[in-house]
Design a protein. Structure first.
Length: 257
């Protein structure tokens, strides 16, 4: 079952707030789950909300990306402690993520938002380590937003808990956003004619088509922030790539690449 955040956000937020101030009973936890699921039989419930890590306007508070991510996910986990939980995190190059988050909020100026953070030392690996420390019993899966067009079926299967060769309707929806219409049609025809291809081979084919038929508008971003240049963005990206290498070597997590 996948629920829209609007159907549970207030209830979850209310209990999280109560949990920080006083005791939340098992009956209240069960009631929360019952309100979300209603009367349906569910083997797996998927809840998703960017604010689970923290409030966007405070993303760089303390000079790091989401310094309270461990605590916040730990408190969320505590709300559902009667159930087995898994955590999933899509990460993104801070060179494009920081500007996007800044523009999504209106509470702070650029100087207030960054708060003196060293933008060349923002590491998702630290966020993941914090989450691991506060959620030792939760499997964690991580992937890069930039890879999503090519790995979306893998992400969907992992989140849904499916291990078979099941194919999702709409598994090319994200790929379609970054490819020309002509390229997408040719790709779908090519794959339809070759159902025997393995998952790895399908990804290789998609990658090749994307290389030749990508949409320039979809894959390039304009960044207009004080003191930012292409050189600065390149330096931030190099740090991000090094950080990805750290995450790929972490045995405690599953990294989808």
């Amino acid at each position: 079952m996948i629920r829209r955040p609007g159907t549970y956000k207030k209830d979850v937020g209310r209990l999280l707030e109560k949990q920080t101030k006083e005791y939340v009973t098992d009956e209240e936890r069960e009631a929360l789950l019952a309100r979300i699921i209603k009367k349906q039989k569910v083997s797996r419930l998927i809840l998703t909300d960017p604010s689970f890590l923290g409030v966007p306007a405070w993303m760089l508070n303390g000079g790091r990306i989401y310094q309270n991510a461990g605590r916040n996910t730990g408190e969320l986990r505590e709300l559902f402690r009667q159930n087995r939980c898994e955590l999933f995190l899509g990460i993104r190059n801070p060179a494009t993520f920081v500007p996007a988050v800044f523009q999504s909020q209106t509470q702070k100026t650029w100087e207030e938002f960054t708060g003196g953070a060293d933008l060349l030392n923002l590491r998702w690996s630290q966020v993941v380590k914090d989450i691991l420390a506060d959620n030792p019993d939760c499997p964690i899966t991580v992937w890069c937003n930039e890879d999503t067009p090519l790995i979306w079926p893998k992400v969907l299967k992992k989140v849904a808990g499916i291990t078979s060769t099941f194919r999702f309707a709409g598994e090319h929806d994200i790929l379609q956003k970054v490819m020309s219409e002509q390229g997408m049609q040719r790709l779908e025809n090519y794959l339809a004619e070759r159902p025997e291809l393995t998952e790895a081979q399908r990804v290789q084919v998609q990658s090749l088509f994307l290389k030749y038929f990508h949409s320039e508008e979809a894959v390039e971003e304009e960044i207009d922030l004080p003191g930012w240049s292409q050189h600065f963005v390149d330096d931030m990206t190099d740090v991000y790539l090094d950080d990805i290498a750290i995450l790929e070597r972490m045995p405690e997590i599953t990294f989808i690449s």
